[in-house]
Write a protein that binds this ligand. Structure first.
Ligand SMILES: [Zn+2]
Length: 291
């Protein structure tokens, strides 16, 4: 009788141990799956992307036009695009009658209209509002934290930004070079919860690692997106920036671009290459730069 009880006891103990083992293994599998999901690479071909989130971080309301074809394609396939402008663009006019306040308001409307053409709604566009041309004189830590917050909040599968360079720092005009730098530094910070920990403590924003970078205006492009089928949309978006390109920059007379300038934009945006196609070029890095 005594022997029987001890056999049952051993069997129960084995069963309990097996149960714990199975539970522990499945929990570990879940954790590994979660980690791999967070690091899952986007398909190389952006035409295969569905339900992805993309963010653009630049300096001025029009900087994103060079990516507008790519964004139009992504939106057509059910992806979401967010645009972050660090400055209001409130100095970019040669019109002597223009004021900074009026220009900021005009450029905001132009940008909302342009992005509306390709399907980016106004609520996905953020005007952070620093003074145009002055981004380099804003404390960098402040800018890095702003970028970090946007990354943690919207958790983009891919980031579009000015190219900061590879072995050498790539030179851009003022604001663009600062935007390139802080976009990358802020994205790096977003991956580590101990940077700007109040985002997590007070707003519940968890760390996030970006693993796909599209550097625009790059001297070393390695990736091209065929935008031929959406080039017309890109052109229609571009001609909303009346205060920037052509006569509207010298003398702003309203939201409609001068017909001659529209024609110049058409020539520029719809010009096909030798293979009959139109491309946008990027330096793409498909890995975390949060090291
Ligand atoms: Zn710009």
């Amino acid at each position: 009788m005594k022997v029987k009880y001890s056999v049952i006891g051993v069997l129960v103990a084995i069963l309990l141990a097996l149960g714990f083992l199975v539970q522990a293994t499945s929990q570990q599998t879940r954790m590994v799956q979660d980690r791999s999901r967070a690091r899952e690479a986007n398909p190389e071909d952006i035409n295969e992307w569905r339900g992805k989130t993309v963010m653009f971080i630049g300096a001025h309301p029009d900087d994103e036009v060079s990516c507008a074809g790519t964004f139009a394609k992504l939106i057509k396939n059910g992806n979401t695009v967010y645009i972050v402008h660090l400055t209001s663009g409130n100095k970019g006019s040669r019109d002597l009658e223009m004021t900074s306040e009026r220009l900021a308001a005009i450029r905001k409307q132009e940008d909302i209209a342009a992005n509306g053409v390709i399907g980016i709604p106004p609520e996905n566009i953020f005007f952070v509002g620093y003074d145009d041309g002055m981004l380099e004189y804003v404390p960098e830590k402040e800018l890095v934290e702003k970028v970090c917050w946007f990354i943690r909040k919207y958790r983009p599968d891919a980031l579009f930004l000015f190219d900061s360079g590879v072995d050498w720092v790539q030179w851009h005009k003022t604001d663009h070079r600062m935007a390139a730098k802080v976009a990358l530094d802020g994205t790096r910070a977003a991956a580590y919860h101990l940077y700007f920990p109040h985002h997590r403590i007070y707003e519940g924003l968890q760390p996030f690692t970006v693993v796909d970078f599209f550097f625009k205006s790059s001297k070393e492009p390695n990736f091209k997106v065929d935008i031929t089928d959406v080039a017309e949309l890109k052109f229609q978006a571009a001609i909303k920036h009346t205060s920037q390109w052509g006569k509207g920059n010298a003398e702003y007379t309203g939201p409609d671009m001068d017909p001659g300038d529209v024609e110049r934009q058409r020539q520029r945006r719809l010009r096909k290459g030798p293979d009959g196609k139109i491309y946008e070029n990027f330096r793409r890095v498909r890995e975390s730069m949060s090291f």
